[in-house]
Design a protein around this ligand. Structure first.
Ligand code: GH3
Ligand code: MG
Ligand code: MG
Ligand code: MG
Length: 334
């Protein structure tokens, strides 16, 4: 690493466990500290005599301990201490103040300004080494704990996202993106009970694409699938309330659950859906050449009773759908 502007020295390769950065304007002091630490195999010292560059140098070096002088030309150490704490890289780095001042008031001010420790210089080598090791170890352990916590939080987030995606997949139909049959069954059951509790109407539309077998036979299954997707879009767009649920019931049959909706409202909605599908104007060869894709719909409404079931509502809508087919298709029956 190149920190040097002529005053910085790279003392040791940066592969030791304690990475120490000393900020002191006096080269003599820096050299004395260097000598004091030279024999320690686990401590790597860098120093910088220009306090104006202290923050930049520290951000680049990422020390595990900062040794900080207080009296320096240009900038006061007590002013510098809080600045380290504003840097995301240096926010938690232990700062050991090294000063000639022995005044308890100065020591107190240093701790107030963000120092973690204080030694009068030039300190005894054994004590300095012990304090450096202690602060460095604590800091590294703290960083590792933070890192482990971040990794755990990330994996929890990923798990949550995967679960949400799984839940979405479990509920939706792969071809059309509408609710699938499983979700439809659950939803109808829930809404049936709610309607029972609240004495409300529950309506159901069942719809089926007209002459769809012939569509596939003529245009192919890929084109047929596209028609189902287009119809699904119409159904989705037709659901005016958040509680309306459009589902793929199976094959080319769809259903729409309409909670708290009376019979006339359901009929109106069915008619709008029928017209919207017609308006797609998808060419079809049935019932005759030049026709367009149409759907037939059956409508049923129930005010649930203790003896009734959602299945009965499905059967009623299905029978109405059958009547719409019998009646000539491209229509709504009740
Ligand atoms: P009707 O007007 O009486 O409903 O006639 P129909 O031909 O639509 O009725 P039928 O139930 O006999 O045929 C339904 C056809 O729908 C069978 C199959 O070819 C087609 N179909 C069902 N599911 C899919 C699908 O997922 N994709 C495609 N492309 N076609 C499907
Ligand atoms: Mg000084
Ligand atoms: Mg069918
Ligand atoms: Mg059909």
């Amino acid at each position: 690493m190149e920190l040097t502007d002529g005053t910085d020295r790279i003392v040791e390769p940066a592969d030791k466990s304690a990475m120490v950065l000393l900020i002191d304007d006096q080269v003599m002091i820096c050299e004395a500290i260097r000598r004091a630490l030279a024999a320690e195999p686990d401590i790597c010292l860098h120093y910088c005599t220009d306090a104006g560059r202290a923050l930049d140098v520290a951000e680049e070096l990422k020390p595990t301990v900062l040794l900080q002088d207080l009296i320096m030309p240009g900038i006061d150490g007590l002013t510098l201490l809080p600045r380290y704490r504003t840097s995301p890289v240096l926010r938690d780095v232990p700062i050991l103040v090294l000063s000639t001042k022995e005044d308890p008031k100065v020591k107190s001010a240093a701790f107030e300004a963000g120092a973690n420790d204080y030694l009068v210089k030039i300190p005894d080598a054994i004590e300095l080494v012990a304090r450096i090791r202690y602060h460095s170890r604590s800091y590294v352990a703290l960083q590792q704990r933070d890192e482990a916590f971040r990794a755990l939080r990330d994996s929890q987030r990923q798990l949550l996202a995967a679960n949400l995606e799984l839940e979405r997949m479990m509920k939706s139909d792969g071809l059309t993106g509408l609710a699938n049959r499983r979700h439809f069954d659950e939803y109808l059951e829930i809404e049936w009970r709610r309607a029972h509790r609240n004495h409300q109407d529950l309506s159901l539309l069942m719809l089926d694409v007209d002459f769809f077998k012939r569509y596939n036979d003529r245009y192919g299954h890929v084109a047929g699938d596209n028609v189902l997707r287009e119809i699904a879009k119409v159904l989705k767009a037709s659901c005016g309330r958040a509680t309306d649920l459009a589902a793929r019931y199976g094959g080319e049959e769809f259903a729409i659950v309409l909670p708290n909706t009376p019979a006339d409202g359901a009929f109106g909605m069915a008619e709008r859906v029928r017209q919207a599908v017609k308006a797609l104007a998808i060419p079809h060869c049935a019932p005759q050449e030049g026709a367009t894709v149409s759907i037939s719909l059956g409508c049923a409404t129930v005010r649930p009773t203790p003896n009734g079931t959602p299945t009965a509502l499905i059967e009623a809508a299905d029978q109405a759908l059958y009547r719409a087919k019998e009646g000539g298709r491209d229509r709504v029956a009740t």
